[in-house]
Ligand binder design. Structure first.
Ligand SMILES: Nc1ncnc2c1ncn2[C@@H]1O[C@H](COP(=O)(O)OP(=O)(O)OP(=O)(O)O)[C@@H](O)[C@H]1O
Ligand SMILES: [Mg+2]
Length: 318
């Protein structure tokens, strides 16, 4: 028999409790509230349904679907009591999320009120959306923890005996519109940095900067070369091309400035944010360009220690 594979999501829906993911602020209405007021209540609170409470007790649930039925069939002065669902399915806060998801599915309700098992008081409400957000948050937390564990306590340079040492990775970037290859250098660099035991946040910054530069090489310079030099406490990344060059470097650096042609914009690029993003990710940046000769971009990202505030003296020369 094949081994039963449990996915992380499956594991989490058993592990998480309703109380972990429910919304605690519950908007409620009373049975005597006119149905006509419901639209405003739902819209103002950005919800699609709400529990109906009378003398502190849950007596029903009213949703946007009921409101639509009332619009089609009801008379103007109806109260919520006439249109609400009375047999409400509820949850306890200590139930596993899997049970809540099953109930939402089985009964087709959009939301289920949550009660405290001991006090029998309503303490929250759960929608499918809340379940998904809760799962994603937990996945993210677990992912980060796993990531931190996988970072070696020692980084590769500590094992090397030398006064100075560095690793050099080179990536060739082709020009043109073949977006299938887009990001290959950035992702190759990121994978390599992670394998070297470099902090994931640092590796991510290097990857974002490299990705932006890679796209610029591809679209504006008909390709080029990316060289990453990894030293014990910094990552240098140099991108060079012999493309048309940049006429005005200060202008190119400005967020929103772009000369991207239509075909580049149609691919979803050309917001003019690339160089700005690179500056944000880097601890130091230098962009040199000569029209008709080419462009050279160099950045440095410090490894280890706290992220330094982005320095204003990022050198930009034409
Ligand atoms: N290697 C390069 N060679 C020639 N021109 C370049 C090069 N890199 C950038 N540029 C010029 O600088 C401008 C700004 O680049 P930036 O990366 O900030 O924005 P973009 O590429 O136009 O849009 P986005 O990066 O948001 O998709 C580009 O539109 C282009 O004119
Ligand atoms: Mg760009």
């Amino acid at each position: 028999m094949p081994e039963l594979e449990i996915t992380k999501i499956q594991e989490l829906v058993y592990e998480l409790r309703v109380g972990d993911v429910m919304k605690k602020e519950v908007i409620t209405v009373t049975p005597s509230t006119p149905v006509s007021e419901l639209r405003g209540i739902l819209r103002d609170n950005r919800i699609s349904g709400t529990p109906v409470i009378e003398d502190g007790c849950l007596v029903g649930i009213i949703s946007i679907e009921d409101f639509i039925r009332w619009l089609a069939e009801g008379s103007p002065n109806c109260a919520i009591a006439d249109w609400m669902t009375r047999n409400v399915i509820t949850l306890f806060q200590d139930e596993p999320l899997i049970q809540a998801i099953n109930k939402l599915e089985r009964f087709g309700f959009g939301r289920l009120p949550v009660f405290a098992r001991d006090t029998k008081k309503m303490i929250g409400i759960l929608t499918k959306g809340d379940s998904i957000v809760g799962l994603l948050k937990k996945l993210d937390v677990d992912y980060r923890q796993a990531e931190m564990h996988s970072v070696r306590s020692k980084h590769i340079f500590e094992d090397i005996v030398a006064d100075r040492s560095s690793l050099i990775f080179e990536y060739d970037v082709a020009g043109g519109s073949n977006v299938e290859r887009a990001g290959a250098s950035a992702s190759g660099l990121k994978t390599s940095l992670m394998r070297l035991g470099i902090n994931p946040q640092t590796a991510r910054r290097a990857a974002i900067a490299t990705y932006e530069a890679e796209m610029n090489l591809m679209f504006f310079a008909n390709g080029g070369l990316i060289t990453a030099i990894i030293e014990s406490n910094s990552i240098w990344i140099e991108m060079t091309d012999d493309g048309p060059g940049i006429e005005n470097v200060d202008q190119a650096m400005r967020p929103g400035f772009s000369t991207a042609p239509d075909w580049v914009r149609e691919l979803g690029f050309g917001a003019g944010m690339g160089l700005h993003n690179i500056k944000t990710c880097a601890d130091r940046m230098r962009l040199d360009s000569t029209v008709g000769v080419g462009t050279r971009l160099e950045i440095e990202i410090l490894v280890g220690g706290k992220r330094e505030v982005i320095r204003d003296h990022a050198t930009v020369t034409a």
